[in-house]
Design a protein around this ligand. Structure first.
Ligand SMILES: [Zn+2]
Length: 278
């Protein structure tokens, strides 16, 4: 098996145009082949070929450490390699270095896209992989389907020393996070921020600052992270998605996501860092 360095850069590509050593990331449903439950099992070509595992389809992902990366999906009845396990991706969050998380996220999204686009939505015929592009195509020549990415905004709203954190109905226990939502068709990310925050907690914001983004493969979100400042309004949770929301002083935060796992945690940690220097 291959041990990849956490500092190695992964470069996404759609066509493998070099004769490089191939390495394989193996998954089934939303679980990845691991060793000891937490380290991704990255297989060499020989290990993959002789493993006896039955796979459905392989997807070229891109390059890392001068090697060509592939994701392969196991059939439901496939055996797995001795001394390995299948670990759900959610159990690996926070344990994987960023480069491996990117590879896992890309693997999940490409497989999901492929599965959901087997038939043409225009004429109903079976679709095929495009020869040159990462797209599914149909012989009716009117339908070219690229992997779907759904942009979302995720925003940390602050007021002086306070952070606006919300409890989503689906969160377990007393766990709070930043506000988030899908960008609607035709909307800019800034418009989505104003609309979502007002809808979810009845607050108006100002001074929107882009922070960074994170790919979130459940199933295909691109989370665009922003800081924003309070402008006006009283907090009023919408009761649908958000059942509780409050201002929390940065020195007394409730249970929040870790920056190792999500951009929500990174936004919070970034704000705490700014405050600790003030
Ligand atoms: Zn068609």
């Amino acid at each position: 098996m291959i041990a990849l360095q956490p500092s190695s850069e992964f470069k996404a590509e759609n066509q493998n145009s070099f004769d490089l050593e191939k390495i394989f990331f193996v998954l089934k449903d939303q679980s990845f082949l691991t060793i000891n439950g937490s380290n991704l099992a990255v297989l060499t070509n020989d290990e993959y070929t002789w493993s006896g595992m039955e796979t459905l389809q392989d997807f070229f992902l891109g390059y890392i450490e001068n090697k060509a990366c592939y994701a392969v999906e196991l059939t439901q009845s496939s055996p797995i390699l001795a001394d390995t396990q299948l670990s759900p991706i959610r159990a690996l969050l926070g344990l994987l270095p960023d480069n491996l998380f990117t590879i896992c996220s890309r693997s999940l999204q490409l497989i999901d896209w492929f599965k959901h686009n087997q038939f043409c939505g225009i004429c109903g015929k079976k679709m095929n992989m495009h020869q040159a592009e990462r797209a599914m195509t149909c012989s009716c020549n009117t339908n070219l389907i690229y992997p779907r990415i759904s942009p979302c905004i995720i925003v940390l709203v602050t007021k002086g020393e306070d952070l606006l954190l919300a409890h989503n109905k689906n969160f377990p226990g007393k766990f709070y996070s930043t506000l988030a939502g899908f960008i609607e068709a035709g909307e800019t990310s800034e418009e989505a921020i104003h609309r979502e925050i007002e809808e979810e907690v009845n607050i108006k914001v100002k001074n929107i600052q882009y922070y960074g983004s994170q790919s979130w493969p459940f199933p295909s979100q691109l989370m665009l992270g922003y800081h924003a400042e309070y402008l006006s309004g009283e907090i009023q949770p919408d009761g649908n998605e958000i059942d509780e929301a409050n201002w929390f002083n940065y020195k007394q935060l409730p249970s929040v996501p870790s920056g190792k796992i999500s951009i929500s945690g990174r936004l919070i940690e970034h704000f705490l860092e700014i405050k600790s220097h003030n």
